[in-house]
Write a protein that binds this ligand. Structure first.
Ligand code: G3I
Length: 307
């Protein structure tokens, strides 16, 4: 069996990756997806600049392609991403009025987007388990809130507002907060844990899960277990590794991260950020499990042997 089958046999829900129409067009890539991966995250097609490039002008073509491929091949889907400071269309960045932002961001756009996505997600919900990412990359490295159009106009309340809007749009989705550099028990992890606990104490059950992206440097896996322990200690039902890639992709680094998830009861899954080094956003550092010819690398074999 491939990664998904073996990871599930260990009690986990998914071993996934990201995709979009550009990589779903490559047969050697989809062969690997079918055999090894159980979950897909749209790499770019559900970001706001892709789904609503100008106000009221929605485009779900690429997102639909991804969702249709995933559902017809029995793969779970993580929505990605609802509220993010990056890859925002200019018209959103320029809003400075609270009422307009709440209306545009949290009533009009995400609801329409979520309703559309969730109608497709129903299939996977029936199959098993839907995951949706609602808040992303909202922290500075010291754990304070990052300055964005959301935090400037709405303050911390945008987090609760966004999760409540997502819940209303798709009550079956599992809603995650997710960020990068949550790779050890650092100040940013503490900031995220404190925010999740504040939000869920005020409004119980608002945030379901905490995700760590884990875009790691070489030899950067040493803090992974401590990071997962800290995230799992927050008031959440589950945690996940959502965008894993590691410079040079050594077998030791990759097995350390997979072992950390195996050792963390609340860790439900791992998503690596791409299949082949050829299509990685960090292509030059060869951070993935398959080489440029879509052949498995040493780290892949090490994970399979470990599982
Ligand atoms: O689609 C255009 C294409 O028409 C144009 O010719 C080309 C020229 O540069 O650009 C293409 O768009 C690029 C897009 O990826 C699709 O390939 C953008 O320039 C490029 O900026 C974009 O990069 C994405 C990046 O997010 C943007 O911040 C990466 O693919 C994607 O892997 C990366 O993923 C993010 C996660 O969503 C969130 N966490 C961090 C992670 C890494 O930055």
């Amino acid at each position: 069996g491939g990664l998904q089958v073996k990871f599930r046999a260990k009690g986990k829900i998914y071993f996934g990756t990201c995709a979009d129409p550009n990589t779903l067009n490559i047969a050697s890539n989809t062969n690997v997806l079918k055999k090894d991966f159980g979950q897909l995250t749209p790499e770019n097609s559900m970001k706001w600049d892709a789904t609503e490039p100008s106000r009221g002008n929605f485009n779900f073509g690429n997102a639909d392609t991804l969702v249709n491929w995933a559902t017809s091949n029995g793969k779970l889907i993580r929505g990605h991403t609802l509220v993010w400071h990056s890859q925002l269309p200019g018209w959103v960045n320029n809003i400075n009025d609270r009422n307009t932002l709440v209306c545009v961001n949290l009533r009009q756009n995400p609801l329409e987007m979520k309703v559309l996505i969730s109608s497709k997600l129903q299939t996977t919900v029936i199959q098993n388990h839907a995951q949706s990412v609602a808040g992303r990359e909202i922290f500075n490295e010291d754990g304070s809130l990052r300055s964005s159009v959301f935090s400037r106009v709405l303050g911390e309340s945008f987090v609760t507002i966004a999760f409540q809007a997502a819940r209303k749009a798709d009550p079956a989705a599992v809603l995650y907060i997710n960020d990068y550099n949550l790779d050890s028990a650092n100040a940013k992890v503490r900031g995220l844990v404190n925010l999740v606990n504040r939000v869920n104490q005020a409004n119980p059950g608002t945030i379901d899960g905490a995700g760590t992206q884990m875009h790691l440097q070489a030899n950067g896996a040493g803090g992974a277990q401590a990071a997962l322990n800290a995230l799992a200690a927050a008031d959440v039902k589950e945690v996940a590794i959502t965008e894993l890639d590691i410079v040079n992709a050594s077998a030791n680094d990759y097995t350390a991260v997979v072992r950390a998830c195996l050792n963390t009861p609340k860790c439900v899954g791992i998503t690596v950020w791409g299949v082949s080094d050829a299509n990685s956003w960090r292509s030059g550092s060869n951070p993935l499990l398959f080489d440029r010819s879509y052949n498995p690398k040493a780290a892949y074999t090490a994970i399979i042997n470990m599982l």
